[in-house]
Design a binder for this molecule. Sequence first.
Ligand SMILES: [Zn+2]
Length: 343
Amino acid sequence: MTDIAKDMPWLGRAWSTVQQRLAQDRLPHALLVVGEQGVGKRAWAEAVAGLLLCDQQVGLDNGAPIACGQCRQCQLIAANSHPDVRVYSPEKSRMVKVDQIRALSTFAVASPQVAHRKVAIVDRADQLNINAANALLKTLEEPLPDVTLLRLQESGRPVLPTIRSRCQALTIPLPDAEDAGRWLSARVSELEESIRPSPDTLAKSLMLAGNAPRLALEYATGEFLAQRDEAFEAFRQFMKGQMTVGDAARRFKTLGLDDTLWLFESWAADLARCSAGGEVQDPEAADMLGYLARSNPPWRAHQLLERVRESRSAGIYNASPELEATQLLLAWRELMPRKRQTT
Ligand SMILES: [Zn+2]
């Protein structure tokens, strides 16, 4: 039996909504799930798919159904090879393409192969181009009784009103530090000792991921932390006039565009917090940001935030991280007080 709310308690609310609706036979054809990057939306969606497809759902004490974990459907789900579950997620272009949505439509109208229903998951449904969004809308307009569509979307991204009105929306909140830390420790304890991240690495990953546990796991076990440290050091040296903009921007290359924009956004958000008298999230940046916050009016932080958001929403999917970093670094240096002329 699989009860995801035990493993990831912060999914509990969105999870029990599905259980209740299912028990009452009132599950909508389409659900829209919103949450931060790395909070566990995909894990939730896969658990929902498992529950919906299971042939012998088991009732918990409170009457909530969960998947049996034994039947043929559950076995196929566990092996990640159930033909009646499809996941559509962004490809290299970072967009969900219209071809993928057309494939979804074909999948939706076909009969289920081994289960009594089908589940289609659109991961990063905020990354649909206009053609893909229209194609998806068409699918939503003609709901089929044996298909459930799960749209996963990152917080703060716009949803077309026509799509929103056709989906029931659920929100997955970020866990608190304790729950996130517990989940993360359990995951890394499964790793071999030689590659197991240290407690310091885990703490830093959680901090940088804002407690989004899956994102923190990715950070703790991947290259991101080292790349981020190098980029941050370059940023710091550039601001102090100890590194050229070209050299500093080059350190952002390996991070890629998304993570580069994300880093600049989080520093700008920390600067805004600092300017408003609050605490920064990234303690390593506290000294520098505190200094900048004292020597600049608060609107400068918001201008920098806006600058990152513009870059992102401009859909500059082929822009280079190095080029974006160059422009953002130059914008940040405007915040450094001019040195007094020595006579
Ligand atoms: Zn089952």
